[in-house]
Unconditional design. Structure first.
Length: 115
């Protein structure tokens, strides 16, 4: 088995084969100092060999993967900024419900001071 066999390359994206987990999710933990064993605990459905394969792929293709990570983060930021321009009706409704609950809680008597 070759290292690349652990991954699905979808356009510019790299996903761990058989999972909905992109390599950047694993590498974020790796860059934070997590060990492969700790990373597996964060992703219970992921095997240790796939985490090691992801880290090994990163280390052997560091420049390309670093560029990929930069592009991914830039795209995520663009997507986020675009979503702010077009808020979803559900998100707006949830925000209104939260605000209403906070307002009601602030009007309510303190706990233990009821009639």
């Amino acid at each position: 088995m070759q290292l690349e066999d652990y991954f699905e390359f979808e356009g510019d994206a790299i996903r761990i084969k058989g999972h909905r987990i992109w390599i950047e999710h694993i590498l974020d933990y790796y860059h934070e100092g997590y060990t492969p064993e700790q990373i597996v605990r964060e992703f219970p459905g992921l095997s240790l060999d796939k985490v090691y394969a992801t880290i090994t792929y990163y280390l052997t293709h560091r420049a390309e993967v670093d560029d990929y990570l930069i592009r991914t983060r830039e795209q995520d930021e663009r997507d986020y900024q675009e979503s702010l321009k077009h808020p979803s009706p559900l998100r707006e409704r949830l925000r209104a419900v939260r605000a209403q609950r906070i307002e009601q809680a602030m009007k309510a008597p303190p706990i233990g001071h009821g009639a």
